[in-house]
Design a protein around this ligand. Structure first.
Ligand SMILES: C[S@@+](CC[C@H](N)C(=O)[O-])C[C@H]1O[C@@H](n2cnc3c(N)ncnc32)[C@H](O)[C@@H]1O
Length: 364
């Protein structure tokens, strides 16, 4: 059993294999010939459960397997053909609510096939802290988790756990509904977002996969929860959210309530960024921020966009002396308005947008 902190999924390993070459043909051949998909079979002969395939590719850039969609399709084609050629009937793909959500990890030549044990659907973007109303410009939870992870939040939390760092504060001066902060909370504590669903009576997919799996997951969820919250109780990690819109902070506070987070772990402020003061204290502070974007993009309705970005740059220089700030930017001239040089920037795609997650080290 494996817990994937970025997608908050519990995964059970089904099969492992090694590719002879990093090509779609070799991947097809491996999946076609050597994987046993017993889990897909239904009791009635020749019928199958529906499935979906998500793939995670590591260390494959600039190889013919670098595109996760093409790779997932190759795996799906091989799996369907293998079952058809052996048993004469095909299983159906169901993206929204598959009975068996497969996750395939390919790292170099090693291929591992997992099944997700946790979710009503395989939709790993559902998070229990999200209320029925979400911020128009909210980040995808999995994107926010990745951004937080890439900025080193988990490593910092480890350093705090080991006593190498006094404490840490994670601050988002334009937090919206707080996605970056809540995903950081999950990374810092290792808590599972699905604990609430457990309290609501369990997850149907699990029972289909076997009661043993359900029990194992339940125990692990409880253990993580206990250890993660105990760590937070030590008061060494604080989350701070600010936004100029009160309605957004209401969403943040509602989410805090769902997660059982109290004021001393999670502070909210309602200010324009220029008026927002933040004290890093004696420990380390890290700011994660997804400022408004230009018109035409999600949440892009700021009449003085440049002014807002400029104010963010000034805020960081006043409040984050000697600390670091990470900013999510579309590839426009906007980040130049911050008047700071990024130490590094990670590029990634979300839908049609090419985005940059940039790190700024603020002078003392
Ligand atoms: C793209 S949204 C952030 C969304 C957030 N990451 C989420 O997932 O919900 C940008 C946020 O910046 C806030 N904002 C815009 N101008 C601001 C300012 N001058 N001071 C503080 N917050 C501001 C907006 O209210 C909005 O919530």
């Amino acid at each position: 059993m494996m817990f994937d902190p970025l997608t908050s999924r519990y995964l059970k390993l089904l099969q492992k294999g090694t590719l002879e070459e990093l090509t779609p043909e070799c991947l097809y051949a491996l999946v076609y010939s050597s994987f046993d998909y017993e889990i897909l079979k239904k009791k009635t002969k020749g019928t199958y459960k529906t499935f979906s395939i998500t793939s995670t590719l590591l260390g494959l850039s600039s190889t013919p397997l670098s595109n996760s969609q093409i790779t997932s399709r190759t795996i799906k084609d091989a799996l369907v053909s293998s079952l058809f050629d052996t048993y004469g009937s095909r299983p159906d793909v169901e993206k929204k609510e598959p009975e068996v959500p497969f996750f395939v990890k390919i790292q170099g030549r090693e291929v591992e096939v997992y099944v997700s044990l946790i979710s009503k659907t395989s939709n790993h973007m559902l998070r229990s802290y999200r209320g029925p109303i979400t911020h128009a410009g909210a980040l995808r939870p999995t994107t926010a988790s990745l951004l937080s992870y890439k900025s080193g939040v988990s490593k910092l939390a480890q350093a705090v756990r080991k006593g190498e760092v006094d404490g840490m504060k994670i601050v988002d001066p334009m937090c919206g509904s707080g996605t970056l902060l809540f995903e950081s909370f999950y990374l810092v504590t290792g808590c599972s977002p699905y604990r609430i669903w457990l309290e609501e009576g369990g997850i149907p997919v699990w029972s289909r996969l076997g009661y043993g799996d359900l029990e194992e997951c339940r125990k692990e969820v409880e253990k993580r929860e206990e250890e993660g919250m105990a760590f937070l109780e030590q008061g060494k990690v604080t989350f701070v959210g600010n936004d100029k819109v009160g309605g957004n902070l209401k969403m943040v506070r509602e989410s805090c309530e769902v997660l059982g987070l109290r004021g001393r772990h999670f502070n909210t402020h309602c200010n324009g960024v220029s008026e927002f003061t933040f004290d890093a204290g004696d420990g380390v502070a890290i700011s994660l921020c997804n400022p408004p974007w230009p018109e035409g993009r999600i949440g892009g309705d700021d009449p003085d966009l440049e002014g807002t970005w400029e104010a963010l740059g000034e805020w960081s220089k006043r409040n984050l002396k000697g600390q670091e700030m990470w900013v999510l930017a579309p590839p426009t001239e906007l980040s130049g308005v911050l008047r700071m040089k990024a130490k590094r920037a990670m590029k990634f795609r979300q839908g049609k947008d090419e985005l940059r997650w940039s790190q700024y080290l603020i002078n003392k």
